[in-house]
Design a protein around this ligand. Sequence first.
Ligand code: CUA
Length: 372
Amino acid sequence: MAQHTAPPQKVNLGPGFWPVAIGLSIFNIIATYFIVTWDVNGFLPEAATPAGDIDFLFKFMAVFGSAIFVYVTGFIVFFAIAWRRRPSDAPDAIGIQVHDSPKLEFWWTAIPAVLVVILAFFSVRIWANLQQTAGDVLTMESIGHQFKYEFRYPTLKQSVYDDMHLPVDTPITLHVTSADVIHSFWVPEIRLKYDMVPGLVQTMRFTPKKTGAYRIICTEFCGTNHGNMLAALHVDTPAQFQQWLAKQAKTQTQGSGPVALAGGNAASGQQLFGQKCASCHNANGGFDAKIVGPGLGKLANDAAHPQLVTGEKPDADGISHVLIKGYQGPDMSQGKSGASLGVMPNRQANALSNGDIANLTAYLLSLSQKKS
Ligand code: CUA
């Protein structure tokens, strides 16, 4: 019954095909107008080059994507209605069988092919520009940690955490990597996103163009506190940036005097613990009540962990040493093959004064006494 080789015939496109095609075209022109004139910069600031290039590529893709969407879905709906099954049709009626349409097939192959080539041209050009921006005027590093961003500046001895400052109009080369699991470095206003992968250094190049505060967001699920892994990016004027840098350098050389642990105030220490330590350490349980680092509620009287991770005694001195120097490496209370527990930043990274260290030490020791 079904004929497989129909003689050439004029295909009836259905009632109202051309008015619908014209309607879809008008709709598409309106959509294109809104896409082209949409002020992306007003919606999400273009705070650095190459944000403008990337927005251009986005609009270019959106214009053609919307045309394809409008015509494809528009005609699917139209044909479904125009050629729907009618009550008068025979029970075994089948639709018009169309085989081969060389002309149509040529165009639906040629047009997308040309579009993809144009798209590839723009994408590759923007990508190539990213690889060879002029001048490493400021070259620095960012390292992802569970759950913070570390920033290394060429003129600072110590790292800075969760607070990045950059001078405006200065070409930046930023090397990103990770110390533990895969994180990512995304600043929506720069329009660049790079994964931070352990053992792999990737290079981002951009030039901040607008002063202001932006967010650096981790977009790679990296553990329980992934959702809180945010850092601030401040694009400063060159003068502000130099000021900030000088201030950092100064605080980093401070606090080298001896720490007097006597007179530490546990209540002040508790407050500070909430601000600086609680995202990684639990104050309400023993060693195994981990968040990132070990639980600290039984620091001085945990039979299963008679030593600190540094291998030192859990007394005021030992605790203060960890607060001062930070710690990274195996859990030395279990010997050299003990599990690594991530990075405990040092006093500079946590901005702890001598008084802060005495207060935190007093607080941590008070926890153990309460529970013994
Ligand atoms: Cu780091 Cu998600």
